[in-house]
Structure formats: structure tokens, C-alpha cells
Design a protein around this ligand. Structure first.
Ligand SMILES: NC(=O)c1ccc[n+]([C@@H]2O[C@H](COP(=O)([O-])OP(=O)(O)OC[C@H]3O[C@@H](n4cnc5c(N)ncnc54)[C@H](OP(=O)(O)O)[C@@H]3O)[C@@H](O)[C@H]2O)c1
Length: 267
């Protein structure tokens, strides 16, 4: 990596949807790419296209991130390859239905990908980049982190995990020169529901964003150094008020006595 190039972006879930769109946009920004997903044919086709179009270097690292040995292989590459300056931690799967309808083994596979793999790669990147004093991590969460009553609870919990993790990593590694962003898309037209036998047709079109608009807005938020980017949200003041309310709980979340309303008094 020379001073004039941004380095290599490692993108998980790069074979379709949001990840493939990040690949396109980051290639246009001059990043070299390391593309991770299971579908080798699609990864190779994207790599060939982007390297030809943009004159960048594109490697593929086919991996099933529900398999811990594959996650470790990606982690090792992340730690060892000094050209990597950006992790787009994006691979994820959605639910098949509500919690009462869903297959509990599938939900555990979702946790393996959306939480276990995402955590390992985000923490490994934070540790590696903190040592180098530079680098960035973009974690793809979801707005459902804020509305657990309205969506499959395991899925929304995986996305709340990613959101909390981003806050915590930023607090710890931000001062060491590492940049973090959690992106919280609303409904975004990709293959996510088709893969589990669903579709976006059950939602009003006014709620579904085009994937290129979503990623372009998220990258604009990244450029503005937003920690949390919610591409759909019209007024950022609404999110700031939510954050202020959350922080206002802080001084009262741990005391030596229960609150008076519980009637436990020790005199
Ligand atoms: N679309 C939405 O409405 C929406 C909203 C909020 C958040 N998100 C989040 O956005 C992220 C990307 O989803 P998307 O909407 O772009 O869906 P998508 O088009 O289905 O893409 C998912 C990507 O993850 C990869 N993937 C799936 N299982 C994998 C595994 N076991 N190992 C490695 N890679 C795997 C897929 O590639 P292979 O099949 O080749 O492995 C694909 O590249 C996910 O984290 C999702 O939760 C999506």
C-alpha cells in the first residue's frame, strides 16, 4: 500500500446484495479488495469485473463463515496482511419467519454467522488496527436492533449485538486511531428474503430501499465519520435524543440499594 492508495478492503458476504455493492463502490474509491463468501463462481466473476473496470487488485477467499475453521482462516489473513485497512463485516442471513415459526437449528446457524463470526472478525480487526494505529471497521447491523417486538427476535438480537459491539469497540479502540461505523439499514432490496423462501413483496415499496442508495448513503455517513448510520432516518436529532436518553440512565444503573418502589429496605 502506498500513501496514495487507501489499501485493501476485506468484505464478507461480498457475493451479493449489500456486500457486492460495497465491493463496487470501494473499488471505485481505489481500494484493492479481498472478497469473502461461499459462492466461488460469483466471487470470481465479481473479482474479474472489478479488477478489469477499475484496475485494482482483487483476491477472493471462499469461506463458509458458519464454520469456525473458515472464520479463523479469514481472521489469520486479516491479522497478517498489512495491506488490509478496512473490514466490511457484512455477511449475514435473515429469518425464515417469526420466532414461533422458525426452525431453532437454523436460528443457531444465524447466531454462528451474524454473531460468532462477526464478533471474531470485528475484534480481530480492532486489535490488529489498534496496534497499527490506523484502520476502519464497518459493521452491518440493522434498524431491527431498535424494534425487537416487531421482527424475529433472534435476528434482531444478532443485530443489537453488532450495534453494542460497535459502541464498545469504538470506545476502546477509537482513541487508538481505529475508525468504526455501524450501519443500520432498513429493508433493502437484496436476496436476503429469497434465500429463505420469502420476498420483499409483503412490504410496502415505500419501505424498501434500493441497495445502491443504501450503500451510497452509508458510505457518505462513513465519510462524515458517523459512528451509527441509519440511512432511512430523516432527522438525526431523533437518534441523538434516543442516545441522550440512554446515557441519562448511566448514573443510576448500579447502586448498593434496590429502588424504593421494590419496598426492600434494610435499616
Ligand atoms: N437486505 C436487508 O433488508 C437488510 C437490512 C438490514 C441489514 N441487513 C444485513 O445486511 C447484510 C447483507 O445482507 P444482504 O441483504 O446483502 O443479503 P444477501 O444478498 O443475501 O447477501 C448475503 C451475503 O452473505 C453471504 N453469506 C451467507 N451465508 C454465508 C456463510 N455461511 N458464510 C459466508 N458468507 C455467507 C452471501 O454469500 P454466499 O451465499 O456466497 O456465501 C452473501 O454474499 C446481512 O448482515 C444482513 O443481516 C440486510
Amino acid at each position: 500500500m502506498s500513501a496514495s492508495t487507501p489499501g485493501t478492503a476485506l468484505i464478507t458476504g461480498a457475493s451479493s446484495g449489500i456486500g457486492a455493492t460495497y465491493a463496487d463502490r470501494l473499488a471505485k474509491r481505489g481500494y484493492d479488495l479481498l472478497l469473502v463468501a461461499r459462492d466461488v463462481t460469483r466471487l470470481n466473476a465479481l473479482a474479474e469485473k472489478l479488477s478489469a473496470e477499475q484496475g485494482i487488485k482483487v483476491d477472493v477467499l471462499p469461506s463458509d463463515l458458519t464454520k469456525r475453521e473458515d472464520v479463523r482462516k479469514v481472521e489469520q489473513r486479516l491479522r497478517a496482511d498489512e495491506a488490509i485497512t478496512l473490514l466490511v463485516n457484512n455477511a449475514g442471513i435473515g429469518p425464515k419467519g417469526t420466532l414461533l415459526e422458525d426452525d431453532i437449528d437454523y436460528l443457531e446457524t444465524m447466531i454462528e454467522l451474524n454473531v460468532i463470526a462477526a464478533n471474531r472478525l470485528a475484534v480481530a480487526a480492532a486489535q490488529t488496527f489498534a496496534e497499527r494505529g490506523r484502520g476502519a471497521v464497518i459493521n452491518i447491523a440493522s434498524v431491527v436492533a431498535f424494534i425487537p417486538e416487531r421482527f424475529n427476535g433472534t435476528y434482531s438480537a444478532t443485530k443489537a449485538f453488532v450495534l453494542n459491539l460497535t459502541h464498545a469497540l469504538n470506545a476502546e479502540a477509537g482513541p487508538k486511531g481505529v475508525k468504526f461505523q455501524a450501519v443500520l439499514p432498513g429493508l433493502t432490496r437484496t436476496e436476503i428474503f429469497e434465500r429463505v423462501g420469502g420476498s420483499f413483496d409483503r412490504f410496502p415499496p415505500s419501505m424498501v430501499m434500493d441497495v445502491t442508495d443504501m450503500v451510497d448513503a452509508a458510505l457518505a455517513g462513513f465519510d462524515q465519520e458517523e459512528l451509527i448510520t441509519i440511512p432511512s432516518l430523516p432527522e438525526v436529532a431523533d437518534f441523538d435524543a434516543f442516545t441522550a436518553a440512554r446515557h441519562s440512565l448511566g448514573p443510576n444503573l448500579s447502586h448498593d440499594k434496590p429502588a424504593v418502589r421494590y419496598g426492600i429496605s434494610k435499616s
